[in-house]
Design a protein around this ligand. Structure first.
Ligand code: MN
Length: 296
């Protein structure tokens, strides 16, 4: 990469001299006396306060702790946001993008038009500049993250509409509202009936209610397995039992929970040796339908 300088050492030397001159002139302009020097800034944890996230731009309950602000020389500012389970931001756009560092719990992030991604403690997420997105807690798990953005003119973050309930409920781990009994949820509160209610609520209302409140409201929300791992176990069982109808819906949920097409196919290939070749071939057909056009 130093080819040009090698061919023309005189130019390289001139460039270096100019750089030194620039540094010297910069130094003269910005040198400050010791008593005017910027102070080291330490904000101790106990001195910082937390405010409720504004309901105009957040759904559910979240608390914001501002950690640092921009200075004359630094464009970044950041804060820690603690989302209760089910809480999340509205759709929004950052002019220069955003870095998210998950410090606790399990959450979700989604770019407009993209899949819902699960994020966990220690994950670092880079949101591209100018792309509409949201982030927040998983339906059944709280999540805290540090968000870092750079100030850009007057409008660093542009807030847009909130997600519809359908957008959030279309998620992997199903009903976030299932702390309320399914019957209450579906009776006159204006939300859509659950998948179980649509499937069998008319003819088997008790089974639909148990599906919503026990299976999805309790078992699926237990923290012992990640939603993706829970999906993988469920999908594996359905492949082994050769249940294509249930496999179709659970592969869809698994995909929302982060299972990729490659992982689904690998699982099916593996299971051919334990559950039988015909079961695996049936599952491949279902996987083709579920992952068609998703490109992942
Ligand atoms: Mn954001």
């Amino acid at each position: 990469m130093n080819q040009p300088e090698k061919r023309n050492p005189g130019a390289a030397q001139m460039k270096q001299t100019l750089a030194i001159l620039a540094l010297l002139s910069l130094g003269r302009a910005t040198l400050v006396s010791a008593q005017d020097a910027p102070a080291l800034v330490i904000t101790h944890a106990a001195t910082r306060s937390t405010v409720a996230a504004p309901s105009a731009t957040f759904t559910g309950t979240a608390r914001v702790e501002n950690l640092w602000d921009t200075t004359a020389t630094m464009r970044s500012y950041g804060g820690s946001v603690a989302f209760d389970s089910g809480a999340r931001t509205a759709w929004h756009v950052h002019a220069r993008g955003q870095v998210i560092i998950v410090t606790a719990g399990v959450g979700r992030v989604q770019l407009w038009g993209g899949p819902v991604e699960e994020i966990r403690t220690g994950d670092v997420v880079m949101i591209p500049a100018g792309v509409k997105h949201w982030h927040g807690a998983a339906p059944a798990t709280a999540m805290t993250h540090i968000g870092i953005v750079e100030r850009s003119g007057a409008q660093t973050t542009q807030w847009l509409e909130k997600e519809t309930d359908t957008q959030y409920d279309a998620r992997p781990t199903t009903p976030r509202a299932s702390s309320a009994p399914a019957a209450a949820r579906n009776a006159g509160d204006g939300t859509q009936p659950s998948a179980a209610q649509r499937l069998m609520g008319d003819i088997a209302p008790k089974l639909a209610q148990l599906t919503d409140s026990v299976l999805y409201g309790d078992v699926w929300k237990r923290p012992g397995l990640s939603p993706r791992d829970r999906s993988l176990a469920t999908v594996s069982a359905l492949i082994a039992m050769n249940r294509p109808d249930q496999l179709r819906s659970h592969l869809t949920i698994a995909r929302q929970n982060g299972l990729t097409q490659e992982e689904a196919i690998e699982t099916i290939t593996h299971l051919a040796f334990y559950a039988g070749w015909p079961n695996a071939v049936t599952a491949v057909g279902i996987a083709r339908e579920v992952f068609a056009g998703t490109g992942r």
